[in-house]
Design a binder for this molecule. Structure first.
Ligand SMILES: NC(=O)c1ccc[n+]([C@@H]2O[C@H](COP(=O)([O-])OP(=O)(O)OC[C@H]3O[C@@H](n4cnc5c(N)ncnc54)[C@H](O)[C@@H]3O)[C@@H](O)[C@H]2O)c1
Length: 308
């Protein structure tokens, strides 16, 4: 298959690009390198350095004739979205529309879209929550991801564009950008290895559901099948607080600084844990790597960065 990966220079997109190439697919990456790195893009992939809002994207789509588009390019900081809801909407909503519209007009058969289980539901009243939970996001980022889902469903309903929407909980693992504001495991791991100050928002009690990158890659391989259509949480259904993440990483990195607690920021959800029973029932997918195994693998990656 010929697959376009937007955001393919980033953490998740490039990990999936590697796997798709290993499986024999032809991969084309579109990324503006605002957060991703050229070195992440597999050398076998063709690369367009472009913004997803570029009006010439349609020309690329018409020339390349992709079978599938996996859409990862996004503004993904909750805090930035609170500071500038319009900038968040410009990338996530307007950029998403540009990608879906170009796909629909150029004969793309399927879109696989990266949505966010940690934000599209808002504060949960069901633990773990399923895909039918109400959607009351507490951040502009959650709103923009949910809006993007709705635009994609419009292109499906009216123009027949097939789709899989994956609502990921917190994805972590080697290659996650530790310099951004999202990805607490990457941020803590690098800061602890460099013996820098860290702080725990929500007084350490904020909870998340952490899913390992290899399990996310496996889900994206299954999603290439045209029968896998709909909205699916990709999650572990295990709720973990920030204190546990901090303590585990401090142990792995021999970090001894005193814990500093602060209140949660606006837009930060207090609890998040989701069920992926729907996807598991349809495909047999199961999360295979849990924090006790995934955290050491992740720390090893950042150790190699620090040593460079
Ligand atoms: N990491 C998580 O925990 C998580 C959870 C849920 C959903 N997601 C979603 O998965 C996707 C990928 O996340 P990630 O962790 O790999 O992030 P990332 O920052 O590593 O990757 C995002 C990539 O998109 C590119 N990009 C950003 N804006 C762009 C634009 N306007 N035009 C072209 N390229 C642009 C960046 O340069 C980067 O390479 C995002 O859509 C994110 O919202 C991530």
């Amino acid at each position: 298959m010929k697959i376009c990966i937007t955001g393919g220079a980033g953490f998740i997109g490039s990990s999936i690009a590697d796997k798709y190439i290993e499986l024999g697919h032809e991969v084309v990456v579109i990324d503006n390198l605002s957060l991703g790195f050229k070195s992440n893009i597999p050398k076998e992939a063709k690369f367009y350095e472009m913004d997803i809002n570029d009006k010439n994207i349609i020309d690329v789509f018409q020339e390349e004739k992709f079978d599938v588009v996996t859409h990862f390019a996004a503004q993904m900081s909750v805090r930035h979205s609170v500071a500038s809801p319009s900038n968040d909407a410009l990338t996530n909503i307007m950029g998403g529309i540009n990608i879906f519209d170009s796909a629909s007009k150029s004969g793309v058969k399927k879109i696989i879209f990266a949505s966010s289980a940690g934000t599209v539901y808002g504060e949960q009243n069901e633990f773990p929550c399923t895909e039918t939970h109400q959607n009351l996001p507490v951040s502009p980022y959650g709103v923009s991801k949910f809006a993007e889902e709705k635009y994609l469903q419009y292109y499906h309903t009216v123009f027949g564009l097939n789709y899989t929407i994956f609502r990921y909980t917190n994805v972590y693992g080697p290659r996650q950008n530790p310099f951004g504001e999202a990805g607490v495991i990457a941020i803590f791991a690098l800061k602890m290895l460099k013996n820098e100050d860290t702080y725990l928002t929500g007084f350490g009690k904020i909870t998340r559901d952490y899913v390992f990158i290899e399990d996310v890659v496996a889900a994206n391989v299954l999603a290439l099948s045209p029968e896998i259509t709909g909205i699916f949480n990709i999650a572990t259904a295990i709720e973990t607080d920030l204190d546990y993440i901090y303590d585990s990483l401090a142990k792995l990195t021999h970090y001894n600084k005193e814990k500093v607690y602060i209140a949660e920021k606006i837009g930060e959800q207090k609890r998040s844990v989701c069920s992926s029973a729907k996807f598991q029932k349809l495909t047999g997918w199961q999360p295979k790597t849990f924090l006790p195994e995934g955290l050491p693998k992740t720390v090893e990656f950042y150790k190699s960065l620090v040593q460079k």
